[in-house]
Ligand binder design. Structure first.
Ligand code: HEC
Length: 156
């Protein structure tokens, strides 16, 4: 039995390593990871936006949860999935991340850092009422937009 479990552990590790480094069938894993990161932003900001617009009723607990998620995701270390060689030039069918992200003078890191600060500020007040939440959302939305304008290729 110990032998079997060792074998299983080894083969599972091989599957994980294979998907992380060879790309597997589903595309580049780094691109998939950063898109998933972005999808978590979009989902949580979507909840807050719907409350701000009155499409769903403001709920302090749900607003706090969504804003805390946004701030938590923004605080993740993303270095491993913004790897050189995965831009929209390198992988045109998979990525819209412009090569400028990796070029000299790129402001992507700075924009990301100030976005994370805005997300933390939103998380601090999202449960304090709809007006407080909505007031802190502008800086967050601006962070998404600033980065996309500069560093994301248009959807075409
Ligand atoms: C620091 C830069 C930066 C910030 C901040 C940022 N994004 Fe992005 N986002 C990108 C880039 C670059 C891509 C393209 C990634 C790719 O295709 O490889 C992207 C892609 C996306 C996508 C498409 C994901 C997919 O599945 O193809 C969505 C949705 C998105 N972002 C939403 C958001 C939202 C919402 C926010 C703010 C809450 C945000 N982003 C903040 C840079 C940023």
């Amino acid at each position: 039995m110990p032998r079997l479990s060792i074998l299983l552990a080894v083969s599972c590790a091989a599957v994980v390593a294979g998907s992380a480094f060879a790309g597997g069938h589903g595309g580049n894993p780094a691109v998939k990871a950063r898109k998933a990161h972005m999808q978590l932003y979009a989902f949580n900001l979507g909840t807050l936006g719907a409350m701000a617009k009155g499409e769903i009723e403001y709920d302090a607990g749900a607003a706090s949860a969504a804003a805390n998620n946004l701030a938590a995701v923004a605080s993740l270390n993303q270095m491993a999935y913004w790897v050189p060689g995965t831009s929209s030039d390198d992988l045109p069918d998979e990525s819209r991340a412009l090569p400028a992200i990796w070029e000299e003078g790129s402001k992507a890191g700075e924009i990301g850092a100030s976005f994370a600060e805005a997300a933390a500020a939103l998380a601090a007040v999202a449960g304090d009422g709809k007006d407080a939440m909505a007031g802190a959302m502008g800086a967050v939305g601006k962070g998404c937009g600033d980065c996309h304008k500069a560093y994301r290729a248009p959807n075409n």
